[in-house]
Design a protein around this ligand. Structure first.
Ligand SMILES: Nc1ncnc2c1ncn2[C@@H]1O[C@H](COP(=O)(O)OP(=O)(O)OP(=O)(O)O)[C@@H](O)[C@H]1O
Length: 258
């Protein structure tokens, strides 16, 4: 792995020797990096490079076959996904996780109430949970969907569904956000607005962001550093200009536009 920038002195996220093999195939190999509080790291790489698998390992959906993950110096390698979320690690998925039959506000309010500990009779609890109402209103305002709160989520455009997914995440007040291809399926016209939402979540709210994204123009305007995955390994982690100029990275992308 090549890098010209020093690793953060006090990382909020520390990954060491992270590996994942399934059915004899090595999907993620010996990945290690640190992320500083408030940093924005974009994760790129050709199709099948292991980007989503890396996010699955960090969020706890899959257990690594080797390596460790630390959150605020606490080893969370074997901690369940919902406990990681309680500790401030939130994520979105490549495919939509919105309940289409519920309203926009109901989708966010359920996430907010669930995060605050409602598990039995979650719906009734959500109705009465003032904190959840407040978090919902704030999250919808933040992503620019407040005016559509009463609409059925299934009727939203792809771009607005992506904003809703971010609002659902914000309602749980995560400090570290993993965004898995937030622009996937979003029309060209919706990309600038969604980019601004992500920028504000990072810059104005000071949240740490890791984002898998194929749109280079989007991520280059957002990222402090860019991590390049290739065949399950971390090929490079550096400031955008260095990554773009890196011959090893260009070689990995041979045949694909960087
Ligand atoms: N559960 C699994 N079982 C077997 N192989 C898997 C599993 N999950 C992922 N893979 C394989 O691991 C490799 C990496 O997949 P992953 O989805 O992490 O890549 P990616 O970089 O996110 O790709 P893309 O950019 O296309 O989303 C692929 O070859 C994929 O087929």
């Amino acid at each position: 792995m090549t890098s010209t920038v020093a690793a953060p002195a006090r990382p909020v996220l520390r990954v060491r020797g992270l590996s994942w093999a399934v059915g004899g195939a090595q999907i993620v190999s010996d990945v290690g990096f640190d992320v500083a509080e408030g940093e924005f790291v974009a994760v790129i790489g050709p199709n099948g490079a292991g980007k989503t698998s890396l996010f699955n390992l960090i969020s706890g959906l899959t257990r690594p076959t080797a390596g460790t993950i630390e959150l605020d110096t606490l080893d969370i390698t074997r901690v369940a996904p919902h406990r990681r979320a309680r500790r401030g690690l939130g994520r979105t998925f490549q495919s939509s996780s919105v309940f289409p039959a519920l309203t926009v506000a109901e989708n966010v309010r359920l996430a907010a109430a669930a995060h605050r500990g409602a598990c039995l009779r979650i719906w009734r609890r959500a109705e009465s949970d003032q904190a959840a109402w407040h978090a919902t209103a704030e999250a919808l305002e933040r992503v620019g969907l407040a005016h559509r709160a009463a609409e059925i989520a299934g009727s939203l455009s792809h771009g607005d569904k992506r904003k809703l997914e971010i609002a659902i995440l914000l309602a749980t007040d995560p400090r570290i956000i993993l965004l898995d291809e937030p622009m996937a399926g979003v029309g060209v016209a919706d990309v600038p607005a969604l980019t601004e939402v992500i920028r504000a979540v990072h810059r104005e709210q000071g949240r740490t962001v890791l984002m898998v994204e194929h749109h280079m123009d989007v991520l280059l305007g957002l990222a402090d550093r860019v991590a390049v995955m290739h065949h399950g390994s971390l090929l490079a982690l550096d400031v955008p200009d260095e990554v773009m100029a890196n011959p090893v990275v260009q070689e990995a992308y041979l045949g694909e536009a960087l």
